[in-house]
Write a protein that binds this ligand. Structure first.
Ligand code: NI
Length: 260
């Protein structure tokens, strides 16, 4: 069985947190060796860390998602910084811009995003980027905040396309992570990007409890299911799942190795 890492899940949130032992043991029994559980606001990031401390191979990320912009304050950032400083918190995320939904005006989202990128620079930890219909702004902000060799790298999570994102990622030590949508019939444009992303810059994730891959689409997702997305990507690329999985595991070690 191929060994994999679920590079983006929310196992510290309900409903997954209600059966946390089951979720983690099903993942490990399915070859998922490591799970990165990702916070979306300061309180939630603390929960992510708590869950990471329960299991040796579960790690946390701490950040403020654009949807959670209202949780942003300097006091909250101080609290988030303390959480993010913990050695089991290996990334700042998820953070970014989302112009698809009516979360907050663009300048407000951008202010939070910039502050989070500043935190990642202070901590020298990679970032996990949520970008939805905001690619050009997102890249402009990343360029300003992390450009000029100051970046610890990062991941564009739940990648939904954009050649500009891929190009920037390859130039800047960033990775592209595919979630379960890759397996959806309607996701032809996402699948087409597979051939543009070298295997040494690729990840797979569940974004669970959301986005269950085919054949489980519509069900509650969990990290064990990342194997479906990996197998699907391997088939599309014409390689063995085992071979792709080995490469993706090395990518995780390359990006986060010094913290694992
Ligand atoms: Ni997420």
């Amino acid at each position: 069985m191929a060994k994999l890492t679920d590079t983006h899940a929310h196992i510290h949130m309900p409903p997954l947190s209600d059966d946390i032992e089951g979720v983690v043991s099903r993942a490990f029994n399915n070859g998922v060796e490591r799970i990165l559980t990702v916070g979306v606001n300061p309180e939630d990031s603390k929960e992510a860390l708590k869950t990471a401390l329960m299991f040796p191979n579960v790690y946390a990320a701490a950040g403020i998602h654009p949807e959670d912009w209202e949780s942003f304050s300097e006091e909250a950032c101080g609290e988030l910084f303390r959480t993010a400083s913990h050695k089991k918190v290996i990334a700042v995320g998820e953070i970014g811009l989302d112009f698809y939904r009516d979360y907050a005006p663009a300048p407000v989202q951008e202010k939070v995003f910039r502050r989070m990128l500043e935190m990642s620079r202070e901590l020298k930890k990679p970032v996990i980027i949520h970008n939805r219909e905001a690619s050009s702004r997102c890249l402009a902000v990343l360029e300003e905040e992390l450009g000029r060799g100051r970046s610890a790298g990062g991941i564009f999570h739940c990648f939904s396309g954009g050649d500009d994102i891929i190009k920037w990622a390859l130039d800047n030590n960033f990775y592209i992570s595919y979630a379960g949508q890759l397996t959806y019939k309607s996701a032809g444009t996402i699948r087409e990007t597979l051939k543009l992303v070298p295997a040494d810059r690729m990840f797979v994730e569940t974004d669970s409890p959301y986005l269950a891959p085919v054949p489980l689409r519509g069900k509650t997702n969990e990290p064990a299911n990342v194997a479906y997305t990996a197998a699907f990507a391997a088939k599309e690329l014409g390689v063995e799942t085992e071979e792709l999985a080995l490469r993706l595991e090395k990518n995780f070690d390359d990006l986060f190795g010094r913290m694992l």
